[in-house]
Design a protein around this ligand. Structure first.
Ligand SMILES: [Zn+2]
Length: 429
């Protein structure tokens, strides 16, 4: 195998071999450790984990006896946090594939892009992602490659192709009629939509993504216009929940957000034009809101250069600022918020840039960190597995220099990453 890997960079090999190495029990000694649930910083802690990469204890260094033969990572000069979670990624898409250029990208090529971006995302400190929308089942392939230990990457929940109406945000509206091209997730009417849920589950989806309203990076649709009807979304939710899958709805529009919540959808993505009634409904139903409030900066500064349609940039101008204002409103009203960035719209690996935006628009750093840890884990249905450094959770741990509670931007420079007890990055040696 080594013979064939001569072209791979040394950095990649380090990650690759680490990720496939058999796990061994071990420990991490943290100078500071953030208990994300209480928001308290704890000094001089040791995180111990077993050979399965699961945390067995977190305790003060002074009261810990390190088991003989276990290897301890010394992070006594750094601050440890649980691995971060981004609940809205598109690992198999890059911004350079925007607009018409996307038509020339095959599903196999998208998969290769996903392999590249899975690694970048993991090295940025995101040890879990929910990938909501991919060409074909490229995201299923990336997830399965990671789980098999063949490529480095975060734990992934994936949706496969997103469900949407004919001519909607999740159709592909770039080609003229005579090409007879329809995106693979298009299904109109309650029963066709139910069948599409069954199909995506058949081919590996962990979660169902639907497009409830129009969007920004699509042709000929309006972000505030409803697409799926309440009746169609009720059918999708009933079918998905029956099959043990949650549903995430892309919804910018005021009415679509309310319809999606009333239909029982588990998370509203973007939520740009949510009103007071929508916020109250989300609270009442326990629906998570996922405001991707960083990428507006990227779309407005780089969109034209990477080939986004002029109409997309115009649409972003009309809703970008309102989305940020509504994020602040929803947070102040006490709605449940999870951290999701829409990576792929902007370059992968820069996910943590959204934290500073969340703080700029009303959160304390600890709130933003909770959105990307315990709240995100709850949305994924993975509480008890990820998002916390405590007994029974995966030993997914990151470290930064300095104190993220006083400077949230430290999370943009993650120096150490461990996934399931295996070190995948260590700049603190
Ligand atoms: Zn998206």
């Amino acid at each position: 195998m080594k013979l064939h890997l001569s072209w791979v960079s040394a950095a990649f090999l380090t990650v690759f071999s680490a990720s496939v190495a058999l796990a061994a029990p071990g420990a991490v000694h943290c100078g500071e450790l953030l208990d994300v649930r209480s928001g308290r910083m704890m000094s001089d802690q040791v995180v111990m984990f077993d050979a399965r990469g699961i945390i067995t204890s977190v305790a003060a260094f002074s009261s810990t006896t390190l088991p003989a033969g276990s290897s301890t990572v010394d992070l006594s000069g750094a601050t440890c946090l649980p691995g971060l979670i981004d609940v809205h990624t598109h690992l198999t898409h890059d911004p350079e594939y925007s607009g018409y250029k996307n038509l020339g990208v095959s599903v196999p090529r998208s998969t290769v892009t996903g392999v590249k971006n899975a690694r970048l995302t993991l090295l940025a400190g995101f040890t879990t992602v929910r990938n909501v929308g991919a060409k074909g089942y490229s995201d299923v392939a990336v997830r399965d490659g990671i789980n098999a230990g063949e490529i480095p990457g975060p734990r992934m929940l994936v949706s496969g192709p997103p469900l949407g109406i004919t001519g909607g945000h999740c159709d592909d509206n770039l080609l003229a009629y005579e090409y007879h091209h329809t995106a693979e997730g298009v299904a109109d009417g309650p029963w066709a939509a139910r069948e599409k849920v069954r199909e995506t589950v058949k081919y590996g989806a962990d979660v169902i993504k639907v497009c409830a309203s129009g969007g920004v990076l699509s042709k000929g649709d309006l972000p505030n216009a409803p697409q799926y009807s309440l009746e169609e979304m009720q059918a999708i939710v009933t079918e998905a929940h029956k099959l043990g899958r949650k549903v995430a709805a892309h919804a910018h529009g005021t009415q679509s957000i309310k319809d999606a919540i009333r239909a029982g959808i588990d998370s509203i993505e973007h939520a740009s034009l949510i009103d007071d009634e929508g916020i109250a409904l989300a609270k009442q139903h326990g629906t998570f809101l996922v405001f991707d409030i960083y990428n507006d900066d990227y779309i407005l500064s780089m969109g034209e250069k990477v080939g986004m349609l002029p109409e997309s940039i115009e649409k972003e101008k009309t809703i970008g600022r309102m989305q940020r204002e509504n994020f602040r409103k929803a947070f102040q009203a006490g709605a449940k918020l999870a951290f999701g960035t829409d990576s792929g719209v902007y370059p992968h690996g820069e996910n943590a840039r959204q934290f500073a935006k969340m703080v700029e628009w009303g959160m304390k750093p600890v709130d933003a960190i909770q959105a990307a840890t315990i709240n995100a884990a709850e949305l994924l249905g993975w509480s008890g597995k990820v998002g916390e450094l405590s007994e029974g959770h995966f030993a997914d741990l990151i470290a930064v220099d300095g104190d993220p509670l006083s400077d949230i931007k430290t999370l943009e420079n993650v120096r150490f990453v461990m996934k399931g007890g295996t070190v995948v990055k260590n700049e603190l040696k």
